[in-house]
Each structure stands twice: as structure tokens, then as C-alpha cells.
Design a protein around this ligand. Structure first.
Ligand SMILES: [Zn+2]
Length: 482
């Protein structure tokens, strides 16, 4: 499988560094609010990449953190008259609710910054001891220090975002009251301010900077050298650039044979609304709210149906189309189930050559899908292959005489692909009601057989009033929720 590495600007073959397990880190959410469709892209895409890597036989250790201490968290806690910890607990729980709806599985590890303070302090200490970072007092009347990374000391600075350090210097904002040695230096530890949560450290009371959190959690859960680091393209600079500076300087201090922090850098593009970047603070489309209108699966489809490095525009038409597309997959699955049920009840003949040939064609769609995903995870072309398979199967189902073996094999291929993409029909939350409807539909069939049209019509009308539509097919009646 080849992936586009932002660092080298090349498509590179993915080979696990340790020959066995892909170690993958994605920058997770700052948990001060519900997440929006723009944030969801990163969660959906990289969880799906992990699923696909597993489908292809790799072992994957996928770590995605929660940033549970930062300025926005503190601001939200003050606004709500609660603690930063309570804000974090609330929105971490809400994250898992929306993630589950979107078909995003929990990561192998979900570390929180506040639970890794010792690890963070250890890295900062190593950096300070070796001169990669320095402590300064922001307030002479107190004994708490800020610690800054000496950006210029790290020779590779700018290599990910392809920025020249001299250009960065001329563009850097120079604060008059700046206590830093160089405007490019960034905070790895911040002295405490009144009303903020803090931890004791060798530099007095304070809290970690954002960038150091990812360096620490990635190192703790995945080691000093990792295979893939992923995130939104807005994180490449300065966040990921700073992570590289910290982690590779740390690896250097520790005498690592290979100081490279991450072999492959993957960045997803933005979701736009009217040509503008979607963000939590500006134009906002919370997944929770969008799901109420279109359903979670439509959001998942909308995200996966585009290649992760292409910007996409969020709009009503796109969401309606996404919803209809998911419906098509469900209908096809439903039809296969129904035909299998009927073939089992009615008895069947052996599979014939024509059917075997059709199955070969279906398998070809699977190959087509894998080829798309194997080349920089092109989920857009992957979905196109599933659409073609859906069309192939629908066409085959127009034949009323199909063997059970053919139907089951067709379903097997279809479900493999549909489940990989996360669009299988989910187990109904109203299994009891489903059983009741099945029974009523069976009663109606009996009534029709006995030419008791009044009873048959009444059952149909009663169900219709409940939003259940019965469709009569040559193989018998089937129902669905309208
Ligand atoms: Zn990060």
C-alpha cells in the first residue's frame, strides 16, 4: 500500500518499522465542545485507514489522544461555572457517542494529557538539561517558570511544512513584552496563572504546552519511532512541526540510533462551507445536530466518498445525496437477505455457470476497491467500486430464478465490502417491533391466501399508519420503514 507522505511529498510504500505492527498516532480533539463535521473527517478517515490496514492483515496500534487541558478548556469551565475536569469528562463521553454513531471504533489507546503529566515533565526536563529548552520567569514576583523550546537549535525545523526558518523569522509576530530568546521559540511548559489548574514541576507550578502533550503520549504508547502520524492539514504547522522538533531532539538526547520521530505524515484536507473552513468557533455544524437531520451514516458517507486530501464542500445537496446512497446500499443488502430467505423456504437448484461468471465479476469489484484504497487510500474510487457492485447485484436480482448458493456467495462479497466501509444495516434497536411486524406480514399473507381481502387490507393499512410500507414481490411480501 502506498500513502502520500507530506514530509517527502512522495507516495511511499507502507512497511512497518518493526516488520509487524503499524504504530499510528492521530491528534485527537480538545474536549471543550461537541465536535463538528470538519473535525469528524479526521476521526472517520484515520479510523477507516486503521480498519483497512487490519483488513489487509497488518497489526495496528492506533493511539488518539484527548487534549483535556488548554485555554479553551479553561474558558469553557469558567463559562459553565464548573471544573476543567468536568468539562473534559462530559465532552469525552459525548465524543464517544458521536464516534460510535459515525462507525468510528475506539482507538487502541485514548490517553489524556492530564494523565501523562509525569511523562511530559520527563521530556521537558531532558530538553532543558541538554539546552534544547530553557526556563524563564514570566512574573518576577513568583517562582513559577515558563519553559520554551529553542527552535533554532533544532536543525530540521520547517522540514514537514516545507518552511524556511529565515522566512518564519521575518514573519513571526514579535511581542514587545516577549520574554523569549527568539520569537520562534514556543512554550513546552507554562507557569500557572490565577484560577487555572496546575501541576508541580521542577519549574514551579504550571501546565504543559499543547505540542509537548502529543510528543509525550506518542512516545509513551508507541515508542520513539512511529510509522504514521496523522491529523488535519491545519496541524502541520506549527503543531506537528513543533512535535517533530521536541521528539527528535529528545531522541537525540537519548542517543537513539534513528532519531526520526515519524516515518510517514498524513494530513487530511478541510471540509468547507461556502468555500470557508469549518471550525468549532466560526461556522459550526455539530455532528450531533447534523445527525438528527441526515443520520450518522450519511455523514460517514459524505466524508468517505471524497479522497481525504481533497477539500470538500458541505452542503444540503451533498448530504441528501449521501443519505440516498446509504439507502441504496441498505436496499441491496435487504434484497439479498429477502431472496436468500425465500430461496431457503422454496427450495433451490444448484449454482450454474452463468451465476459463477457473475460471481467472478463481483470479485473483480473487490479487487478494484482494494486497488483504489492501496493507492493513497482513495476511498472515493473505493466507494465507486461498491456502487458498481451494487448495480451488478441489483441487475442479477432482476432474474427471479437464482440459486441459494449464488445468492449466499453474492451476499458474502457484498457484506465484506459494505461492512469494511461501515454501511451495513445496523442491528435494529427495535427487535421486538420487527418480530411483531414480521408476524403481521405473515398473517396478511395467510389472509390473502384465504382470499380474505378485508383482513389483508386492514393489516396493510394499519402498518401504513405506523410508517411501515409493505411491498409485494414475485417472491412474496417484504416490508420496510418509510
Ligand atoms: Zn498533536
Amino acid at each position: 500500500m502506498k500513502l502520500y507522505n507530506t514530509m517527502t511529498k512522495q507516495y511511499e510504500e507502507l512497511v512497518p518499522l518493526d516488520g509487524e505492527t503499524i504504530k499510528m498516532y492521530a491528534c485527537g480533539p480538545t474536549v471543550y465542545d461537541y465536535f463538528h463535521v470538519g473535525n469528524a473527517r479526521c476521526f472517520v478517515v484515520f479510523d477507516f485507514l486503521r480498519r483497512y490496514l487490519e483488513y489487509r492483515g497488518y497489526k495496528v496500534n492506533f493511539t488518539q489522544n484527548f487534549t483535556d487541558i488548554d485555554d479553551k478548556m479553561i474558558k469553557r469551565a469558567n463559562e459553565e461555572g464548573t471544573t476543567v475536569k468536568d468539562v473534559a469528562e462530559k465532552y469525552i463521553a459525548e465524543y464517544f457517542t458521536d464516534a460510535k454513531g459515525l462507525g468510528v471504533r475506539p482507538a487502541t489507546n485514548h490517553p489524556r494529557a492530564t494523565e501523562n503529566i509525569d511523562e511530559i515533565i520527563d521530556i521537558v526536563k531532558t530538553l532543558v538539561d541538554s539546552g534544547y529548552a530553557y526556563a524563564v520567569k514570566p512574573d518576577d514576583s513568583k517562582d513559577d517558570y515558563d519553559v520554551y523550546f529553542r527552535t533554532r537549535k533544532f536543525k530540521g525545523y520547517g522540514k514537514l511544512s516545507h518552511k524556511d526558518i529565515d522566512d518564519l523569522i521575518s514573519g513571526a509576530r514579535i511581542d514587545v513584552a516577549d520574554i523569549k530568546e527568539d520569537p520562534l521559540d514556543f512554550a513546552v511548559w507554562k507557569a500557572t496563572k490565577p484560577g487555572e489548574p496546575y501541576w508541580a514541576s521542577p519549574w514551579g507550578n504550571g501546565r504543559p504546552g499543547w505540542h509537548i502533550e502529543c510528543s509525550a503520549m506518542s512516545k509513551k504508547y508507541l515508542g520513539n519511532n512511529i510509522d504514521i502520524h496523522a491529523g488535519g492539514e491545519d496541524l502541520a504547522f506549527p503543531h506537528h512541526e513543533n512535535e517533530i522538533a521536541q521528539s527528535e531532539s529528545y531522541n537525540d538526547c537519548k542517543g537513539c540510533a534513528d532519531t526520526t520521530f515519524t516515518k510517514m505524515w498524513l494530513h487530511n484536507a478541510y471540509i468547507l462551507t461556502d468555500g470557508q473552513k469549518m471550525s468549532k468557533s466560526g461556522i459550526s455544524f455539530k455532528v450531533r445536530d447534523v445527525a438528527k437531520v441526515y443520520g450518522y451514516e450519511a455523514i460517514r458517507f459524505f466524508i468517505i466518498s471524497a479522497h481525504y486530501r481533497s477539500p470538500v464542500n458541505y452542503c444540503v445537496e451533498a448530504m441528501n445525496q449521501a443519505k440516498a446512497s446509504v439507502e441504496r446500499f441498505h436496499t441491496c443488502e435487504d434484497n439479498l437477505n429477502f431472496r436468500i430467505k425465500v430461496a431457503k423456504e422454496m427450495g433451490t437448484r444448484n449454482i450454474n455457470d452463468e451465476e459463477l461468471k457473475l460471481l467472478e465479476g463481483f470479485a473483480g469489484r473487490k479487487t478494484q476497491m482494494c486497488e483504489a484504497l492501496d493507492y493513497d487510500f482513495n476511498t472515493a474510487d473505493g466507494i465507486a467500486a461498491i456502487f458498481e457492485l451494487t448495480r451488478d447485484i441489483n441487475k442479477a436480482l432482476s432474474n427471479e430464478d437464482l440459486s441459494l448458493e449464488f445468492l449466499e456467495k453474492a451476499k458474502e462479497i457484498y457484506m465484506e465490502l459494505i461492512t469494511l466501509f461501515g454501511f451495513e444495516i445496523k442491528a435494529s434497536e427495535n427487535a421486538d417491533e420487527d418480530a411483531e411486524i414480521d408476524a403481521l406480514v405473515a398473517q396478511r399473507a395467510e389472509a390473502k391466501k384465504a382470499k380474505d381481502w378485508a383482513t389483508a387490507d386492514k393489516i396493510r393499512d394499519d402498518l401504513k399508519a405506523r410508517g411501515i410500507v409493505i411491498e409485494d414481490t414475485p417472491q412474496g411480501a417484504k416490508w420496510k420503514r418509510a
